[in-house]
Design a protein around this ligand. Structure first.
Ligand code: NAD
Ligand code: LMR
Length: 325
């Protein structure tokens, strides 16, 4: 057995965490030989509910759980953390504009960025899930100047996985046969799920589907999938979001075995001419605990238009919270 690593999770009494924490505890994220200390953060009014989650975790008697910390203090939650998954965020309330949502979350993520900067392991791997995830990640990064910006990422893996499954269903294959999918940009309705490089069983997807399906069905379905789940379930995606967070962290920590994944990363130095001060999802491979951008992919005029639209949205989100950076 390895020595335990510390995994901080925020929003730990919420619905995503109710799936996420138990799967981490079962070894799905870091492997069956990696014990974990779970460091769970909630707001003070939710500490009772968090206590219930801790009771259930104890009742599972997970072999890999080496300790549990439940707290409403970010300085305690992030202490020596090796991994952090920031799920807790302020949801949009009635009458709230997108800019109000950005401001409310800016307050949360600046406090948490500062706490990680002060207390976390210097090599901490951070994933932001709480929406608006990319811009929350940018705020976190700006408030953690002593951490390597490469160690702060935002979640696009749910969009990536949704894309794999839509393509597999369309061509009558399995999602494990779909490779080289890329989702660019923001985790929002402007995201660009790009099939130009994708293959199924090695065959180009663009040869297997028609362009009308790609532009008029596939792209809008993936862009709007979060809203469709909310409509169907009466609540936003939770188990699938947790599963994507597990996939993101596992690929990053243990490697993606040459597979392409989509991750929201700090855009400095990107090879696609994207604004260099946003969190933008790029095509990525992971090896030895590091992510690498896949550089130099061909970009058609159509793709460039889509990549620019989602870039512009991220720039305007950054502008809306610029005074807080
Ligand atoms: N990036 C993605 O792909 C993706 C997918 C699905 C959902 N989401 C987002 O994830 C977030 C969480 O979703 P959920 O369904 O679990 O919501 P939820 O409301 O069930 O849980 C959120 C939890 O966060 C807690 N919280 C709020 N502020 C906090 C703070 N400052 N510190 C610690 N905890 C805090 C709340 O008390 C609550 O328990 C939402 O913002 C949602 O939009 C993102
Ligand atoms: O919470 C949402 O708005 C949707 C969520 O981000 C999702 O993609 O399922």
């Amino acid at each position: 057995m390895k020595s335990p690593v510390r995994v901080a999770i925020t929003g730990a009494a919420g619905q995503i965490s109710y799936s996420l924490i138990f799967r981490i505890a079962a070894g799905d994220m870091l492997g069956p030989d990696q014990p974990v200390v779970l460091q769970l953060l909630e707001i003070t009014p939710a500490m009772g509910a968090l206590n219930g989650v801790v009771m259930e975790l104890n009742d599972c008697a997970f072999p890999l759980v080496a300790g549990i910390v439940a707290t409403d203090d970010p300085n305690v939650a992030f202490k020596d953390a090796d991994f952090a998954i920031l799920v807790g965020a302020r949801p949009r309330g009635p009458g709230m504009e997108r800019s109000d949502l950005l401001q409310a979350n800016a307050a949360i993520f600046s406090v948490q960025g500062k706490a990680m900067n002060a207390h976390a392991n210097r090599n901490i791997k951070v994933l932001i899930v709480g929406n608006p995830a990319n811009t929350n990640a940018l705020i976190t990064l700006k408030n953690a100047p002593d951490l390597n910006p490469r160690n702060i990422t935002s979640m696009m893996r749910l969009d990536h996985n949704r894309s794999l499954s839509q393509i597999a269903a369309k061509v009558g294959s399995h999602c494990t046969k779909v490779e080289k999918m890329v989702v660019w940009g923001n985790h929002s309705a402007t995201q660009f799920p790009d099939i130009s490089h994708a293959t199924v069983d090695g065959k180009p997807v663009v040869d297997l589907v028609d362009n009308d399906w790609y532009v008029k069905e596939f792209i809008p379905v993936v862009q709007q999938r979060g809203a469709a789940i909310i409509k169907a379930r009466g609540a936003s995606s939770a188990a699938s979001a947790a599963s994507a967070a597990i996939d993101h962290m596992r690929s990053w920590a243990l490697g993606s075995s040459g597979q392409w994944v989509s991750m929201g990363v700090y855009s400095a130095g990107n090879s696609y001419g994207i604004d260099e001060d946003i969190m933008y999802a790029l095509p990525i491979t992971c090896e030895n605990g590091e992510w690498q951008e896949i550089k130099g992919l061909a970009v058609s005029d159509f793709a460039r238009g889509m990549m620019t639209a989602t870039e512009q949205e991220l720039v305007s989100e950054r502008d809306a919270i610029a005074h807080l950076l």
